[in-house]
Ligand binder design. Sequence first.
Ligand code: GLU
Length: 490
Amino acid sequence: MKETGDNRKMVKTRFAPSPTGRMHVGNLRTALYAYLIAKHEGGNFMLRIEDTDQERFMEGALEIIYHTLDETGLKHDEGPDKDGGVGPYVQSERNTQGIYLKYAKQLIAQGDAYYCFCDKERLESLSANVGGKEIHMYDKHCLHLPKEEIEKNLAAGKPYVIRINMPTEGTTTFHDEIYGNITVENAELDDMILIKSDGFPTYNFANVVDDHLMGITHVVRGNEYLSSAPKYNRLYEAFGWEVPVYVHCPLITNEEHQKLSKRSGHSSYEDLIDQGFLTEAIVNFVALLGWSPVDDREIFTLAELVEAFDYHRISKSPAVFDMTKLKWMNGEYIKQMDDEAFFEKAFPYLKRVLHKEYDFRKIASMVKTRIETFPDIPELIDFFEQVPEYDVSMYTHKKMKTNQETSLEVLKEILPILEEQEDYSNDALFGLLSAYVKEKGCKNGYVMWPIRTAVSGKQMTPAGATEILEIIGKDETIARIKAAIEKLGH
Ligand code: GLU
C-alpha cells in the first residue's frame, strides 16, 4: 500500500449520493474517482445513502443508484446491501438510532453548539442584502438564552434546531488536495444548523459525523461543497477528530462553458445510455472529465484506470463535456466489441428501418467500424430498404471521371449482364464487374460509382457496390438499375 498521509490506515472512500433523481454525470464522476482512489491504493469503497432531505427524496432513485454502480462496475465493498461493520449505511436509519443527536448533544455540552428556537419571521428579519446577494447570517441570539428558558422550551415541545457555535474571531484554514489551502475568516462562517426542526441532521453535520464514524480517509466530492468545507473543519476540530483528505473535483460544463444542467439533455448517465452510448465508453469519458494521465492516452478500461489513477493529477479548471470526444470514444469502443455482442445491440436499430428479408448480420458487420453511436445506424442503412430521392448530379464524380452520360451508358450495358448473372455473391459480382471494366479499358470507379449510386442514392455508403448488390439480391438490383436508367434517361 502506498503512503496516504497516515500509512497505518487502510484507504477508504465513499460514494454518498442522495436519492433525488437520475445519476448526474458529476455524481458518476465522484463515484468513479472515489472508487479509483480506493482501488488504486488497495482500499475500500463504500456506499452511503444520504436521504436526510426527505422533501427531495424521489421514488426509484435508489434503484438508479444501485443499477448504475452495478452496470459501470463500480462495485462497493460496503453499503446498505453489504455490511462492513460500520452501518447502518442509510442516513435515515442512522438518524433513527439517534447517532446525530448524540453527537450534537456532545457539542452542546462542550459549548460548541446550541439550541435555537427562533421562528421563521425572526430568521427572515436577519437576512441582509450584501452586494445584491441575500446573506443569511444567524446572530447567535439563542446562544445567550438562559438555561432555564432552554429547558422550559424543550419541555413545552417548542420547535428547535441545533446550531454550531462558530468562533467570531480568527481564521480557519482548510486543505484540499486539488485546490490547495483555503483560509476564511471565522466571522464569515454562519452558525450553521446541525439538526433541523424535523429532527434530521443537515448534510453539513451528517457528512462529518458519518465520514468519521465510518472510517473514511479520503472525501471525494464536487466542488460545490468547497465553500462549506471550512465549516466542516470546525466540526472536526470541536470533536477532536482527524480531518480526512479532501479531493474536490472541478465543475463540469457544457461546450458553452455553462454548468452542465438537465437542459443540456446529456447530463445524466441514463440520458447517455438512452442516446446509445456504451457504459464502458461513458466510464472512460467521465474519468477524463477533470483528470488526465501522465501521457496522452485516452482509452482506458476500468482496470486500467485503477492502475493509472493518481488523484493529484485532477485539475482545478472546469472540465468541458465534449460531445464530439465522447462520440469518438464510443466509436472506438464499438469497434472493439465482439461481433455477436455488437449484433445484439445493433439489431433493434436495423429493425427500425429494414423490413425486407436481408442478411442483417452482414449489414451489421458493414456498419460496425463506421458508427460512433448505435442511433447512427438507421440513417446509414436505410437505403437498403428503399433508394431515397436523390439528384442525378450525384452521378457526376470528378475523380471517377463519371457524369450522367457515362453513367447512363454503363448502366445500360451492365443491366443485361446483371440480368444473366445468377450468383449474387460479392466475390462473383466483383469478378463479373471487373471483367467488364477490363474489357471496357476503364477505371473501376467509372463502373462502380454509377452502380453504387443507382442502388443506394447516396454519396456515402457503408459498403462498396458489389457488397450492396449481394445484400439486396438480384431482383432488387435489377429493379434499381432500371429505375436509375429511367431517371438518367430523362
Ligand atoms: N449527498 C451528497 C450529494 O448527493 C454527497 C456529497 C458528498 O459526497 O459528500 O450531493
